[in-house]
Design a protein around this ligand. Structure first.
Ligand SMILES: Cc1cc2nc3c(=O)[nH]c(=O)nc-3n(C[C@H](O)[C@H](O)[C@H](O)COP(=O)(O)O)c2cc1C
Length: 209
């Protein structure tokens, strides 16, 4: 199973080779793995920024605890969740679904009403947490895709979201940085690559009821 091989091959890369770039075709495959991620109701309430610009990444680095991957990797992915959505946002999805699946939009209105009522049940904090959680599914797919392509990656939560939001003007767009991923090729001196994977045994991790 290629997926498992990739998952065992990959590791959270600490040091990237800053001279190596991933190809455009590999980048498209990674984007597609993100695009085809499952999301609650299918709403995909997030945006993924792909930062190539070195100057922007230099600015972002202090906000990510000075972690070298931010500037050394080939690409930096910033998964940003929408903290709020109005009926227009839900209708946008309903129209896309209707058009794609050849359904009358009106027939999907009750579905839109249901999503809106569930959304309105949440507090502002719950809404933001819920949309942020969706980004982790996409992050997981990025990691798996990179593993299969033998491209190195590092998932990253070590950053100050408010600072990232400020630098990139995300608040104005209703977005906030949820999680990051750096993607590229490991540096020859990255010792982490040699380390044995630390994982709970299946007995510890699973319980069959
Ligand atoms: C959500 C998340 C956030 C993480 N944040 C960071 C980070 O900020 N910096 C870093 O070097 N590694 C980070 N890691 C990597 C983990 O430490 C690593 O995945 C874990 O130790 C398991 O090792 P492996 O991924 O190499 O198998 C993060 C991992 C995840 C899933």
């Amino acid at each position: 199973m290629k997926l498992l091989e990739g998952l065992k091959w990959r590791y959270a890369t600490k040091k990237f080779d800053n001279t190596k770039k991933i190809s455009d075709s590999d980048l498209e495959k990674i984007k597609e793995a993100i695009q085809f991620s499952a999301s609650s109701y299918g709403l995909q309430l997030y945006k993924v920024l792909i930062v190539e610009d070195k100057a922007v990444r230099e600015k972002l680095k202090p906000a990510a605890w000075g972690q070298g991957q931010i500037t050394d990797a080939s690409h930096l992915f910033i998964f940003c969740n929408y903290s709020d959505v109005n009926r227009d946002g839900i209708d946008e999805f309903i129209h896309l679904k209707a058009k794609t699946q050849g359904i009358d939009s009106e027939a999907l209105k009750p579905y839109g009403d249901f999503i809106e009522s569930k959304w309105n049940d949440k507090t502002a904090e719950e809404k933001s947490n819920w949309t942020a959680k969706q980004t982790y599914i996409a992050l997981g797919n990025l990691l798996a895709a990179c593993g299969e392509l033998e491209i190195d990656s590092c998932p990253m939560e070590g950053f100050e979201a408010e600072q990232i939001d400020e630098i990139l003007g995300l608040k104005e767009k209703g977005l906030t940085a949820a999680v990051l991923a750096t993607v590229g090729y490991r540096a020859a001196e990255d010792e982490t690559a040699m380390q044995e994977k630390v994982r709970k045994s299946k007995e510890m991790l699973f319980e069959t009821i």
